[in-house]
Write a protein that binds this ligand. Structure first.
Ligand code: 0X9
Ligand code: ZN
Ligand code: ZN
Length: 305
């Protein structure tokens, strides 16, 4: 059964989503991003309390083994619908939320059933017996440039045979394009390392025009997380600058090609002790950090105009 004291399967998440949609029909709407390679439906939920709100898109669990991301995304959905806290209500009601809790559905099921450490999609390669591409290298933005992705189908950061070769990423790109006039913020949930990463991912020699604004926004997130009693610290910078070059990632494509001005990768807990196999006792504290961080981030965006 579904809950936040354990990690849930895709079937449990989708059944819970149906319960939530049935319980809040006036403010929620179900949407389908598309179908995965293995034929699963990639589902999402829109939460909207009123018209003309600025939109926020959350992409979660693009990497299969990063279970804390969908656990956090579902917890946020629940808070946006049920919280009685004034700050949370304001946050929920003054934005339109488009949340995709599990983008890489095939990989996610595979991590539950076969290999907990799987990262990629599950589409076979035509040139190798290795399976899957790194979905966060498959978007059509500086695709396969520099050292930001591998052309080896057996590599964990294989960019795929061509941009948007992975049906999940093709579908997500079409979904983003369909709502891009309604969103000003895109957050891509990942784990782990406790980082806020802005564009660019493909080069550390250049920085986006609004980089200073994005760093202020990131600092607001980090400061908010530090205001909680858990002692968790986030670092921030451009993805290529403080992590490593990664081309063809969601946030870079959204920023570079679709004009989404605030586009962030958030790497959740921890810093490596448990890594991807983060014990379930971390789910709620991590989600609380995400909630207060996102609140501060959006508040700062508003101040910057
Ligand atoms: O490598 C990735 O795709 C992300 N790290 S993870 O450990 N979750 O795999 C970081 C992506 C950030 N880079 C760009 N946005 N370019
Ligand atoms: Zn380029
Ligand atoms: Zn990731």
């Amino acid at each position: 059964s579904f809950g936040w004291t354990k990690y849930n399967s895709l079937a449990e998440i989708y059944a819970w989503l149906d319960d939530i949609l049935a319980a809040y029909p006036a403010i929620t709407e179900s949407f389908e991003v598309g179908q995965s390679y293995e034929g699963r439906t990639i589902r999402g939920i829109k939460i909207s309390y009123k018209s003309n709100n600025p939109g926020v898109l959350i992409e979660s669990n693009i990497h299969a083994r990063e279970w804390i991301t969908s656990a956090t995304a579902t917890w946020l959905i629940n808070e946006f619908l049920t919280s009685t806290d004034k700050l949370v209500r304001d946050l929920a009601e003054n934005h339109d939320w488009y949340i995709v809790p599990v983008l890489n559905v095939d990989g996610f099921v595979y991590t539950h059933e076969k290999d907990r450490m799987w990262r990629k999609t599950r589409q076979p390669s035509e040139i190798s017996s290795c399976i899957g591409a790194d979905p966060n290298r498959n978007y059509d933005s500086h695709w396969m440039e520099n050292d930001g992705a591998s052309s080896n189908p057996c590599a964990e950061d294989y960019g795929g045979p061509k941009p948007f070769s992975e049906p999940e990423i093709q579908a997500m790109s079409e979904f983003v394009i369909s709502i891009k006039d309604k969103i000003n913020v895109l957050l891509a949930f990942h784990s782990y390392s406790q980082l806020l990463l802005s564009p660019y991912g493909h080069t550390k020699e250049e920085f986006p025009p609004n980089f200073d604004d994005m760093m202020e926004v990131a600092q607001a997130y980090g400061d908010a997380v530090e205001s909680l009693p858990y002692g968790t610290v986030y670092r921030y910078g451009s993805a290529a600058g403080i992590l490593y070059p990664a081309s063809g990632a969601t946030i870079d494509w959204a920023y570079n090609e679709q004009g989404v001005q605030i586009s962030y990768t958030i790497e959740f807990r921890d810093t490596g002790r448990y890594g991807f196999i983060l014990p379930p006792v971390h789910i709620v504290p991590n989600a609380e950090e995400a909630l207060i961080g996102i609140t501060a981030l959006l508040e700062k965006c508003k101040d910057l105009g």
